[in-house]
Design a protein around this ligand. Structure first.
Ligand code: FAD
Length: 436
């Protein structure tokens, strides 16, 4: 009996348990559907990144590429056959799969995570609320060994939809900047280079945006071009690196249990908080023209590459929420638009963590100081100079404080749009008002 393998956030052949399960059923039709809802919600860079990885997969295996609402397309292609998938865990994906489950036999094997969201629970059967306890239980729970999928699986050639192919090729052509190499070979190369040359120094280097000290695998992990289980099989599971993978799993677990936290405060405690909508200041934040060098460098790295260093994601998110007093979904939406690793669980809970509305670790009263953060994590100013050409002429750490230099503004770098000390005070007053 033949079946369909419907690829979604698992655009790979290696270590793919759902594909393995499909192959056990006999000949397989490999399907990818360009879903107009997902397509329309992504910016040009994210579309290009998705398209490049789908097209890479299509060079590896005969992929049938269709366009349209999966709830219509998948039953048509399946034509009574079973449909294998990796379980989808986002609110949209779950709703879509629930609806589809009424029309086709959907068989889920594995998920985009080492441990499927919802499986790690405390002694009372409840989900964990904080990361440290989750990570401990997650390690104890454990995960299966990587699956040995054949390199050249037996897949039938199907008919692709010309409109779908055109959309994908056009998206790659329209990429607003150079993207990382797409596909699983590129992902594995990136991983091996990092594993051999970067992993040992990772605990100290990971906070330095001026160094290339992190794995840069998030765009691949997001689309399942590489599975976290494959990485965990090659690292010490007590390592800092495994901890970071655990954050990704934690946020997916939080979203699984509380789908509304994608766009609403996870904790109601700050429900009465007063927020502002300063249009010009938000635009300055988006375009990297706030006058705070590390914030501007980060926002420009984002718009020029579709990626931003984690430390700077925290600093820029704090600036929007605590210095400009803007509700976090405004920033989360902008990040999701531009990030090629844009992931509703990691992004939106990362924002909630910074805003103080999410998982416990970061209370609202912790306000990042964008100047001291810059001086600490980019001590020579190299990161700032790389992304903000108006500050290129300022040597060393002076790039972080152009206001202290006689020539700080001679290349038209903008003045600071707010006074950090005043806004910090304001943020704390608003916090006091709702916390009493
Ligand atoms: P590494 O440091 O090499 O870490 C390895 C992997 O661990 C990452 O690829 C990622 O999958 C995971 N990871 C690391 N840190 C985190 C974290 N704090 N939370 C969740 N997973 C983590 N990550 C995304 O994948 N997509 C997003 O849309 C996203 N948005 C974010 C928004 C904000 C405001 C913040 C503070 C963080 C966000 N993160 C997001 C988490 C983190 O910034 C990125 O995963 C990381 O910068 C990716 O770079 P890397 O692959 O080099 O990470």
């Amino acid at each position: 009996m033949s079946s369909v393998m419907w690829f979604r956030r698992d655009l790979r052949v290696r270590d793919n348990p759902a594909l393995l399960a499909a192959l056990e059923d006999g000949p397989v039709t490999a399907l990818f559907v360009v879903d107009p809802v997902i397509w329309a919600s992504a910016g040009a860079a994210r579309r290009a990144w998705l398209a490049a990885n789908v097209l890479d997969l299509a060079e590896r295996i005969p992929l049938t590429i269709q366009h349209g609402d999966p709830r219509e397309v998948v039953p048509r292609v399946a034509d009574g056959r079973r449909v294998h998938v990796a379980a989808e865990t986002t609110p949209y994906g779950r709703r879509r799969d629930d609806a589809l489950g009424e029309k086709v036999e959907l068989v889920a094997t594995g998920s985009p995570y080492a441990v499927g969201p919802g499986l790690v629970r405390n002694g009372s059967g409840d989900p964990y609320q904080v990361f440290t306890a989750f990570a401990r239980a997650w390690r104890e729970h454990g995960w299966p060994e990587p699956a040995h999928t054949p390199r050249s699986p037996d897949i039938e050639q199907g008919d692709s939809h010309q409109r779908a192919l055109d959309l994908l090729h056009q998206a790659v052509e329209d990429a607003p900047f150079d993207l990382p190499g797409a596909g699983e070979d590129a992902a594995w190369r990136r991983w091996r280079t990092f594993r051999d040359d970067g992993l040992d120094a990772y605990p100290t280097e990971r906070n330095r945006p001026d160094h290339d000290g992190t794995s840069r695998l998030s765009p691949y992990l997001h689309l399942g071009v590489l599975h976290p289980r494959s990485l965990l099989a090659e690292v010490d599971t007590r390592s800092t690196y495994a901890d970071e993978i655990a954050w990704r799993e934690f946020y997916a677990d939080v979203l699984w249990h509380t789908p509304s936290s994608a766009w609403r405060d996870l904790k109601p405690a700050l429900g009465g908080m007063r927020y502002d909508d300063p249009e010009d200041a938000i635009e300055a934040w988006r375009t990297g023209t706030t006058g705070f060098p590390i914030v501007d460098a980060g926002m420009r790295q984002l718009s020029h590459t579709g990626w931003m260093h984690n430390r700077v994601r925290m600093i820029t998110a704090s600036f929007l929420t605590k210095d400009l007093h803007v509700w976090w979904p405004v920033g989360a939406r902008h990040f999701l638009d531009l990030l090629i690793d844009g992931d509703v669980a990691s992004n939106n809970h990362g924002w909630q963590w910074v805003a103080g509305t999410g998982t416990d670790a970061s209370p609202y009263f912790r306000v990042f100081n964008p100047i001291t953060q810059g001086l600490k994590f980019d001590p020579q100013g190299d990161y700032v100079r790389r992304w903000v050409p108006e500050l290129e002429h300022l040597p060393g750490k002076t790039a972080h404080e152009p206001w202290k230099s006689d020539v700080g503004y001679e290349r038209d770098y903008p003045l600071r749009i707010v006074d950090h000390a005043d806004e910090r005070r304001e943020a704390l007053e608003r916090y006091q008002a709702v916390r009493g």
